[in-house]
Design a protein around this ligand. Sequence first.
Ligand SMILES: [Zn+2]
Length: 453
Amino acid sequence: MLRLHDTALGRIEQFETREPGRAGIYICGSTVYGPPHIGHGRFSLVYDILRRFLEYSGIAVDHVSNVTDIDDKIINKANEEHRPPEEVAAQYEEQWWAAMAKLGCLPPSQIPHATAFIDQMVGLISELAALGSAYETSDGVYFAVSSVADYGLLAHQSLESMRAGARVEVNEEKRSPLDFALWKKAKPEEPWWPSPWGPGRPGWHTECVVMSLALLGEGFDLHGGGQDLIFPHHENERAQAVAEGRSFSRRWMHNGMVEARGGEKMSKSLGNVLLLSDLFEQIPDPRAYRLLVLQSHYRAPIEVTSTTLGDAAAALSRLDALGGRLAETGALESGQADARVKSAFVERMQDDLDTPRATAVLFDAIRQANLAFDARDGSRGAELTRSVLECFGAVGLQAKGATEIPDSVLELGRRRDEARAARDFAAADGLRAEIAALGYVVEDTAGGTRIRR
Ligand SMILES: [Zn+2]
């Protein structure tokens, strides 16, 4: 069973799901006011890897990830560019999904948009106000953090020490500097929705509470995001659910940040943040970024430089070359995978998604498979290679070489082997001609028909 680090507990625990065989996961998605950068790419890859591994382990995943399509940043961008906020949000959301598709991330099962849940958010804020956890000021409605006894659970700080460390507040109407906006009253020219407190829009921390509970139900299995979201975003989401007496996420998972240092080529664009579009220009194969993410522990910072990406690309070519060697044997689909490699991989993945050690197992198996092929032990080489391809496939990394020869051609090779085994040489020659006509070279080896481009 998978064990995961839980931010709230501060330790690694068994990931037991609410419902056996099914996991409900909510990942804070994007605020669409600019093009996605490599930090966005990393968190999307981390949770894509988690989801795929759960699915590989036989667990059905309800993967919900939101789009914040109304926010101060979107409004500012729209004002700067003299166009409607909806247009800004739509443009960058399109860029977001295009970039994630390039990274090979599966689209979430549900993608709630904040603007589609405003009524429910107004409902939640009204309830919080009725419970005495929220209060109105001249510019909005605020959440009183003092109404939640264990506020600071995720930040691992007491309310008292957080209050002492808080910035000096400019808004004198707030009861505590830690209190946060649930509703922001509209200023002139700003987009607004009606509410009991007048026209306005919800604060960012409210949408995820409403959407996660609406789509996944109480006590859903995991809430994730980048470590930068632990405080205040996730703390504040949780506070609202707690104040309402609802059980929120059972587990909290947070991924480490991206450090884009070194390599002048890598520091183009948005300040010193590298955009995914720049990354795609600089590395010919986006799979290299997935491999780099796999080779770093998800909770550790990751250094994205031309050197680390170059190393990942070189490692990727070893995987592709091995896939190619298996494809040449024509034994891609049939036959066993090495069970020991698979179980070693799974064991490391189950240990808080230790992808660096799990991928190390696979690269060791790649080395062994090449040795076996070199020693003309095709069946051992094929067995090891199949396990490597299956395990990398389980975390979303497909070998290219392995798919270079289409299944239909490999099938002709298999039929030729059958014909030869039955000493039907006329049929075998006919199949050889058929494969050659499709542009492939046919060789007879001890292990059977070998097909190359
Ligand atoms: Zn969120």
